[in-house]
Design a protein around this ligand. Sequence first.
Ligand code: UD2
Length: 304
Amino acid sequence: MRVLVTGGAGFIGSHTVERLLAQGYPVRVLDDFSTGHLDNLPHHSRLSIITGDIRSRRVVEEAMQGVTHVLHLAAQVSVAASVEAPVSSASINVTGFLNVLDAARAQRVRRLVYASSAAVYGMPARLPIDEDAPTAPISPYGLEKEINDRYAALYRDLYGLPTLGLRYFNVYGPRQDPNSPYSGVISIFCRRLREARPLSVFGDGLQTRDFIYVGDVARANAAALEGGLTGVCNVATGESISLRTLIKALGAVAGKQPLVSYGEARAGDIRESAADNRRLVTALRVSEFEPLGRGLTRLWASCA
Ligand code: UD2
């Protein structure tokens, strides 16, 4: 396998690149460094890096030369930004995606794996959510990812390009940006606890999420590239916890009692999220997820 990872300098991308290199594969990264960082990537003889934007067909084609497998992670990742600026978000997440998908078809890439999202499900009608649950996104971001899933299915049917969309749930771990109010809640809480500031909980803290450690997501990405599964697949641990439980676990790891302030629930928030991850476990053979305490310990150590 010779792998192109778009968005390889980002949070999930850089952990995946490390994993692929450790498994012996040559890796090329395409990143525009709008949110990714060169520091996230190791110096390695089998790693090459191209700076460029997925909205340019020429850039994508050049990056794909000689590649057998593509892991497409480059995206506009903020739900809030997609609500603020839906056209610009779609230019990256729909048009950019289509550029990558179509270049993969034209260059006869063997397999394309890409980042879909739990956001495609919207407000779930029943829990846990499996991949056959109806999609009903409630943000432009969720709609963009749903469109990705549909295009990918069409390219499989029309052109025989094997594609797999990974529907990530709530990913956390080192290198996640804590700086926006819409960053992942764990990265925000970690930073605040380091700075001895109160953790601000939106709502009563009883909302639940399936938090998956980024190292497990990197394993899922590698398995997805290596395997033959096509379609879509949830990436989650199969266990959800409330924010209150999360805060207790974080306090235990940090060895201090977090100060917590409760405010209004966030508009558009889903109350409960729980994933059915059987496809990940059985078809991609990814299991034995990092326990929350261990994942938080690694994050805490990295968040100085
Ligand atoms: C996640 C994804 C998003 C999309 C969505 C689909 C992340 C960062 N976002 O959004 O991309 O896929 O799932 O459903 O993974 N909260 C607080 N205080 C804070 C920040 C957040 O209480 O300072 C709450 C927030 O209101 C929510 C929960 O924590 O109830 C999780 O928030 P999040 O932004 O980490 O993730 P989520 O599930 O809204």
